[in-house]
Design a protein around this ligand. Sequence first.
Ligand code: HEM
Length: 513
Amino acid sequence: MEYALHYAAPVVAVVLILYSSLRRRSAIQDLAGPSSPSWIFGHMRQLLLSSGYGAHEFNWLNLYGPVYALKGCFGQDRLMVADAVAIPYILNSPNFRHSSTEDNTRNLVFGEKNLLVLKRSDHRRIRSALNTGFTAATVRSYPAVFKMVAEQICEQLENFPSTTTDVCSLLNAATLEATCQAILGHPTQHLGQEFVANNHDILKLTASQSEVHVLADAIISRLPTWFWRAAIHLPTKPLIVARKARSLSNQVGGRIFREKREATVQGLETGSDLFSRLANPNYSNPLAEEDLAPQMAVVLVAGQETTSNAISFSLLELAKHPDFQDRLRAEIYSALGNNTSLAYENMPLLNAFLREILRLYPAVPLSDRIVLEDTIIPLGESVISSKGERINQIPVRKGEIVTVAIGAYQRHPSRWGKDPHTFNPSRWLDGETYQGEAVGPYANLLTFFGGPHICLGWRFAVFEMQVIICELVGKFSFAMPDNEPINMRLMTALQPIVATGERALPLHVTRLV
Ligand code: HEM
């Protein structure tokens, strides 16, 4: 045995040395970036777990520019990209896809036919059918729904006069209600108590982040898909909730589909909501039950927390800036005049405000992509490598991880002026923002991403925010609570948190008229 080892050890050593010298060095290693504080966590604790989101990341952006190298867990090389040319390239190129953890989680919760994970022609077919509920013309028909939901929020706020109210939970329920009414043509109640309770459980699960989660993600991302298929059967709390979500999504989506189809077959009035249209076999672009049912939960979940957090951050900034709140209220009253409805597109302050909120608080400020084929990422802005060379493009290798840093892109001084971290809606009115080639579907922002999976509901979200904010600000004033610092933290989405780390936004709310 000793004799064999004596000869084998040098052979193994030579093989390893040859392997590492023949293996091409990753171009990511040539980029500048902060030194890694830990082999186990790399920079992931600073990136994902700092008490205020961006505490380290926005500093790295200033130090290294919009493209730099980070370490992930267990020494993994990661490329951080906040460059305005590189991000759209990555989001649109078939050489990148969502990280396997993201796709696998979405499969677990929504099933394998959900829009978020479908690819190419399957994705295009379902997306183009669903899109009929989200065109500019269709979305313009939703104000009655949004107004009704806003009035429900107002009624609830009336019950908490001048006390400190957590607006997050009210808004979460409201945005779910808006999507249910507009897209399914039913109130949330119609989905059944079990679905609503499971929706709460999913929100609770996604409202936590810890070192254990970060490590678990790093390990799980290296596991094969067959492991995920087997994992769904494990009896742990998160998997039980995911399993239930998946089966409820199909059950409830399927039930609603069949109710609507049955009603059409019997010649009954079904309404003009998206599900009624797509379940109608005589419609120009109908979908079968197995295609439409899994999309119900995707659309509901995609539109719920994203929009409710954006409205929460809106109220937070209004509470922090009472002068701006007064000016916005004056614009609402003046636009309202003797009318009963508002022409939202003609309200400059309101729209500058929404843009500023969606710039500072993108729901998904970081999104990992895995490189499918060796490719070269073009840069809009050159960066200096660790060897002092100027670089205009970065070659990346199959299997490497690229993080699309939307939050940092939206705070990069070259696009947003000298005060990119400051809440300053006037930048949208003074022409201080970048006026060149458009990036993203709305206001040169990437909050709604880009590429084939660009947010389907962005017009819906913007209109919903316009209606709800005008209703709330017209009737109530919002002020900061005493001694309750509010921060933002990245859980699954960017959320407002209180000192205990819990998702909440306690505000003083006072009825005005
Ligand atoms: C401020 C509010 C919103 C934000 C910031 C937002 C953001 C996003 C982002 C970043 C994605 C891409 C996800 C990815 O590729 O990983 C996405 C996709 C999606 N969003 Fe939104 N969203 C918002 C509101 C809505 C609303 C109100 C709806 C529907 C009622 C909706 C429906 C969808 C759907 C269905 C997708 C999947 C599209 C696809 O995979 O083709 N979103 N959204």
